[in-house]
Write a protein that binds this ligand. Structure first.
Ligand code: GYE
Length: 364
């Protein structure tokens, strides 16, 4: 029943957007107002904040299960602290109290599992499918199946390389910008240390190959590297976004190269593994160490690593997409158009800042 109402509304929305010419625009939107900023309180804290409301109006009365919007979330896995925060953001947002039934699937970083999950969501006739795609390519067939079934698909976090008519919209971090910000930060850091013209040997621990977070961060950093003829990328290998693999790859880098100046870790957890490998090899890293190391995400444990003097900098990627997707669904339910591509504003942090104070304010 819900689905029929929705497709009529979507049909109307599509017609309206065709007339106005603004639907399906790929103009990036800034959605920082759409969801809690990185520094707001954790969603978990919010949900426990008003227990009285529940006792007066039990969830079952507030919304009969017929009224609940059923959302299937095809999650990547549980490979990192970022991912854990992202899962928590969805689970605490898509609750029955908020009018939803969430069907959550953890694909264990395998695309075939995500495709299976999406097919099962289609079979269960959910109202919306949300996907954080493991990799960018290979989604046309299953998205077409969802479209034929009349189920809107929302992409969150990572991107898909598919025709934009196959999804409603995407919300996530600007990965190319994150990579460029990291390169720009490194150039300034080396300059400030009087090493602006020195030959700089760099290695990169890449994320899951083909994931847009990997593709974008690699490309963004490469854009800045191209501006510095004295920077040399010695090696790049995937650490699959996990601490264990990051450590393993860093161990092999340290065996192959004895003159590494900089480690780029495409997420915090791989940096944590790399820091262990560097220490085990009898070297040091961080602002006072032999090796400069920085990473992406900026989860709380990255703040601890910076405060401990092991990590130089962390480039933020905000995982709190639950409230953002909730807002998108609410708009679609009302027949409103949504911006096709929605980037979240992100910052960076390094050891020149008051990290204890910043960490205390962060939600993840
Ligand atoms: O950086 C990493 C996670 O897609 C932005 O995936 C996300 C990345 C994040 O495993 O920690």
């Amino acid at each position: 029943m819900r689905k029929k109402t929705l497709s009529v509304m979507l049909g109307a929305a599509m017609a309206a957007s065709l007339l106005s010419g603004c639907g399906g625009s790929s103009k990036p939107a800034d959605v920082t107002t759409a969801a809690p900023a990185a520094t707001t309180a954790a969603p978990a804290a919010d949900t426990t904040a008003a227990p009285e409301a529940d006792t007066e109006a039990p969830a079952a009365d507030a919304a009969s299960s017929d009224d609940l919007i059923v959302v299937g979330y095809a999650q990547v896995g549980a490979e990192s602290d970022w991912r854990t925060a992202n899962t928590e953001s969805f689970k605490s947002t898509f609750t029955e109290e908020n009018g939803y039934k969430l069907i959550f699937d953890d694909a264990q970083q395998k695309q075939e599992n995500q495709i299976k999950a999406i097919r099962s969501f289609i079979q269960q006739d959910v109202d919306y499918i949300v996907v954080a795609p493991v990799v960018e390519t290979g989604w046309e067939a299953v998205l077409q199946e969802a479209q034929e079934a009349g189920i809107p698909v929302i992409l969150s976090d990572r991107m898909m390389d598919v025709d934009e008519s196959l999804y409603e919209c995407w919300v996530g971090g600007n990965f190319i910008k994150e990579g460029e910000d990291a390169g720009t930060w490194l150039a300034k850091y080396l300059e400030d240390q009087g090493r602006g013209d020195e030959e700089i040997n760099i290695v990169t621990l890449q994320g899951t190959i083909g994931a847009s977070a990997q593709v974008g961060r690699t490309e963004g950093f490469a854009n800045i590297l191209a501006e510095h003829s004295n920077w040399k990328m010695l090696d790049k290998q995937t650490g699959e976004f996990t601490q264990a693999k990051g450590q393993e790859v860093m161990e092999s880098f340290l065996k192959s190269y004895d003159d590494i100046d900089v480690v780029v870790a495409e997420n915090d957890n791989m940096a944590f593994g790399a820091i262990d490998a560097i220490k085990a090899a009898g070297k040091t890293c961080g602002p006072d160490g032999d090796i400069i190391i920085f990473s992406f995400d900026a989860v709380k444990a990255a703040f601890d690593a910076m405060i401990a003097g092991d990590l130089n900098a962390a480039f933020e990627c905000n995982p709190l997409h639950g409230p953002r997707v909730d807002e998108i669904i609410k708009k679609l339910e009302k027949g409103e158009t949504v911006e096709k591509i929605q980037y979240v504003d992100e910052a960076y942090f390094d050891t020149s800042m008051d990290l204890e104070a910043i960490k205390a304010e962060r939600a993840y």
